[in-house]
Write a protein that binds this ligand. Structure first.
Ligand code: C2E
Ligand code: CA
Ligand code: CA
Length: 681
């Protein structure tokens, strides 16, 4: 039997249907209690009150009332109470009046212990009296003998007990669920079948004990407390079960629902909305700059901040809405019933307001902002995955436009829509391992042997095949994905490098860094951690930094390069000759290598032109600064020869080898590079 009015204790407003219903049910229960007790008469009542058995039973019922069987997905304390078999035994043994009085007493005690409001306790007691009344009536009707001569039911009477149990269960459930449906303002059928099988099963187990308790009652009062043992075991194992179920569906840190639960609930709500022609809203929230808090104040502080925010979020939505944490600083909120985009927007703004209040931790105030994306079923998408994707796209817009809250807008021009959907595809791709690396050898021009490899990213798109960086890098660079991207590039490349090393190939591998990656304060730590994790020596990794990066913010970039230098990794300037990077700027930088961009390299083949002279002079200066020059985009033999003759140490390009699938590298190296690799060890 279930506690009807959720966890809120504000009584229903006077005159509402729920109020009328509760008043009606309470009055009916009180009336039945009154009539049956009067029917028993004061003498009988007094007699029973002197029986120790009644008092022992009262104790068991009170205890049982406080120890309900927990069930997954239900509010704590709302499951079938373990008092059920005792109350039922009382109906069989003494009839309704005693059973009802004992049950009401226990309900009042439990109500006081749980600090429930009086109206709620009264309703609970009344619905018990009514359902026990039905059980009593069934027993009287089917097996008049049981009630007239209280005692042990025998043989066929067990069937009567079962029937009474079923009737009582049904009435109890209907009484309670009507209240729940009115309280949650949903149709009765929506709550009717929720957990029905479990409820029936548990009630059957509990009620089956009732006849055994009756047998014990007739033998000795001392047998009755023994039933506390199996019931206690049932109670504790139900708690364990619920705990395990909770762990599987909730986030450990915040206690919020996890992605799994969100998915299940959303799918269910979408089906329901489809049937009712209603709407479902999905909000995706991402904290702005949370990473900084984590990095500067440490994870424990970051964790507490997330907990505070989770608490605020749950207290700013309606009980039926589902707040979930998707990981990191990302939250999703499911609005099972939402009128339109505007009302979803209101919720988003309310949440934003709730989170905007500074959080005080370790004596410091934190101001946190969130970006929220909104998508609606069926307006924006018709299944959960697409709904998430649309909300994600909207969030991306909210973040990049700094508007805070955005709803999905397909009306944007096609170009940006394509970009937006690419963003969320990429995001999913990164999580699902769609990022791959290709490796292009760098050839030493003195002896034609490989001196290293450059790792180049590819993205395996589910529909468009293998994409090159020019198709996806801009989206990565302009979104919050670049961190995850760099981390994965490093992870994949260094794992590969470690395998090669085990096979005897120990040439350094170069990894490219984008503008934002280089200026990211935690980059050195990310790199160091990746090296550690894969057991790769720092000198076997080279980081390539684009010329554009150094021009954008020379001071910060120089500082970043110096910090990377401290790790012991090699550093290269990429795409030299594309921007306006001057040779003078090159002087102060701790670089090992300068990679001459293919457009610059191409001029080397121009014979005695002016361009040729400039490039040659640049290479000379690079060498004079103690750096190596690598010619990029060397696609023909004459170009390779020109590069060598101009003083380049190494070259890279289709003339030697195109970027290769990782599986091709070792065979290629066996054919082209073994001699060099033995020399380099
Ligand atoms: P990049 O660092 O200059 O890389 C060299 C590019 O030239 C590669 O293009 C390579 O496939 C291409 N290439 C190789 N040989 C030849 C040749 O003989 N002729 C010509 N015309 N091109 C040649 P890809 O792989 O498409 O990469 C393009 C750019 O994307 C890279 O330019 C790099 O800036 C960026 N990139 C690639 N992978 C990553 C990465 O993992 N992280 C970051 N941040 N950027 C990356
Ligand atoms: Ca490069
Ligand atoms: Ca380059």
């Amino acid at each position: 039997m279930k506690d009807p009015i959720g966890t809120r204790d504000i009584g229903p407003r006077v005159g509402t249907p729920l109020w009328l219903y509760m008043v009606g049910a309470t009055a009916a229960g009180a009336f039945l209690l009154g009539v049956s007790v009067l029917g028993l008469g004061p003498d009988q009542l007094f007699l029973h009150a002197r029986e120790p058995l009644v008092w022992v039973m009262l104790c068991m019922v009170v205890l049982g009332e406080l120890r309900p069987i927990a069930m997954p997905g239900q509010a704590p304390g709302s499951g079938a109470p373990t008092s059920l078999p005792f109350t039922f035994a009382l109906v069989i043994f003494y009839g309704l009046p005693i059973a009802a009085l004992v049950q009401c007493t226990a309900t009042v005690v439990a109500g006081v212990v749980r600090t429930h409001a009086a109206h709620r306790t009264a309703f609970n007691a009344a619905q018990y009296v009514l359902s026990l009344g039905v059980a009593d009536a069934v027993l009287r009707l089917v097996m008049p003998g049981i009630i007239t001569t209280p005692g042990v039911p025998v043989g066929g009477e067990i069937a009567a007990v079962a029937l009474a149990g079923a009737a009582s269960f049904t009435v109890n459930r209907i009484l309670v669920l009507c209240a729940v449906a009115m309280h949650e303002r949903v149709p009765l059928r929506q709550v009717m079948f929720k957990g029905l099988r479990q409820q029936i099963l548990v009630s059957m187990v509990l009620l089956s004990l009732a006849p055994l308790i009756v047998i014990a009652m007739t033998h000795s009062v001392l047998y009755v407390p023994l039933f506390a043992l199996p019931l206690g075991a049932l109670y504790t194992s139900s708690l364990l079960l619920v705990k395990r179920d909770h762990q599987a569906n909730h986030d450990e840190l915040t206690g919020l629902a996890n992605r799994k639960l969100l998915t299940v609930r959303s799918r269910r709500e979408i089906v329901r909305a489809h049937q009712n022609g209603a709407r479902v809203g999905l909000l995706l929230l991402d904290l702005d700059r949370f990473k900084e808090v984590n990095d500067t104040l440490g994870h424990p502080t970051g964790d507490r901040l997330l907990q505070t925010l989770a608490h605020r979020l749950t207290h700013s939505v309606r009980p039926n809405d589902l707040v979930s944490r998707l990981g990191g600083d990302e939250f999703a909120i499911l609005l099972p019933q939402v009128r339109d985009t505007e009302s979803a927007r209101e919720v988003a703004l309310r949440l934003r307001g709730a989170l905007a209040e500074p959080v005080r931790l370790d004596g410091m105030d934190f101001d946190l902002q969130v970006s929220t994306g909104i998508a609606l079923y069926p307006d924006d998408a018709t299944d959960f995955e697409s709904l998430m994707q649309r909300a994600d796209v909207a969030m991306y817009v909210a973040k990049s436009d700094r508007t805070g809250v955005e709803s999905y807008d397909p009306g944007k021009d096609r170009n940006s829509t394509a970009r937006l959907s690419m963003y969320s595809e990429l995001r999913r791709g990164l999580a699902e391992g769609a990022l791959e690396m290709r490796y292009q050898p760098k050839i030493g021009l003195a002896d034609g042997l490989p001196v290293g490899f450059e790792a180049l990213a590819r993205w395996r798109h589910p529909a468009r095949g293998l994409l090159t960086p020019d198709e996806f890098l801009p989206v990565i660079e302009h979104s919050n994905l670049f961190r995850a991207f760099t981390a994965q590039v490093l992870d994949i490349t260094l794992a590969r490098s470690a395998r090669w090393h085990a096979e005897g190939l120990s040439l350094p591998v170069s990894v490219n860094l984008g503008v934002r990656e280089l200026l990211c304060p935690d980059l050195p730590e990310t790199v160091a951690a990746a090296l550690r994790e894969h057991g790769v020596a720092a000198e076997r990794l080279v980081l390539e930094v684009g010329e554009q990066t150094l021009i954008a913010d020379p001071e910060a970039a120089t500082a970043a390069v110096e910090r990377l230098r401290g790790l012991g990794v090699g550093l290269a300037l990429d795409d030299f000759g594309t921007g306006h990077f001057t040779l003078a700027q090159l002087v102060g930088l701790p670089l090992d290598e300068v990679k001459i961009h293919e457009s610059f390299t191409a001029r080397l083949a121009d014979g005695d032109s002016h361009g040729h002279t400039v490039v040659r002079a640049s290479i000379t200066l690079v060498r004079a600064l103690g750096m190596r020059a690598t010619a990029e985009g060397v696609s023909t033999a004459p170009l390779a020869e020109a590069a060598r003759e101009s003083g380049c140490h190494a070259a890279q390009g289709h003339h030697f080898a195109a970027p290769m699938d990782p599986r091709e590298v070792l065979p290629w190296w066996s054919a082209h590079g073994t001699e060099n690799s033995t020399r380099s060890q």
